[in-house]
Design a binder for this molecule. Structure first.
Ligand SMILES: [Zn+2]
Ligand SMILES: [Zn+2]
Length: 97
């Protein structure tokens, strides 16, 4: 028997975002896709906007501020580099002296 198979793939709603590098998951239904993306892939689906994990992190940073972690300090200048532990997209320099 030959059966047609329908499957669903997901795209992040951020323009130009390509959330899957090597493996693109396929889902049986829209509901299955959203449930598994949220539970297993840490995506978010709020107000009809579907965002991948990275974009969810970036949006959270935009709304609540970055989650700053201390990086290394330049002993000569006393300038410490901090980076965001959530979105990994932001860093800042702080004078510690
Ligand atoms: Zn994305
Ligand atoms: Zn951040």
């Amino acid at each position: 028997m030959i059966r047609p198979t329908t499957c669903f793939t997901a795209e992040c709603d951020t323009p130009g975002c390509e959330p899957f590098d090597e493996y693109t998951p396929h889902f049986d239904s829209v509901e299955d896709a959203i449930t598994r993306l949220v539970d297993e892939w840490e995506w978010s689906n709020e107000n009809g906007v579907l965002l991948c994990r990275d974009c969810t992190d970036i949006r959270e940073c935009e709304q609540t501020g970055h989650d700053w972690w201390a990086g290394c300090t330049d002993k000569a200048t006393g300038v410490r580099e901090e980076y965001c532990g959530r979105c990994h997209a932001a860093s800042r320099l702080l004078a510690t002296t």
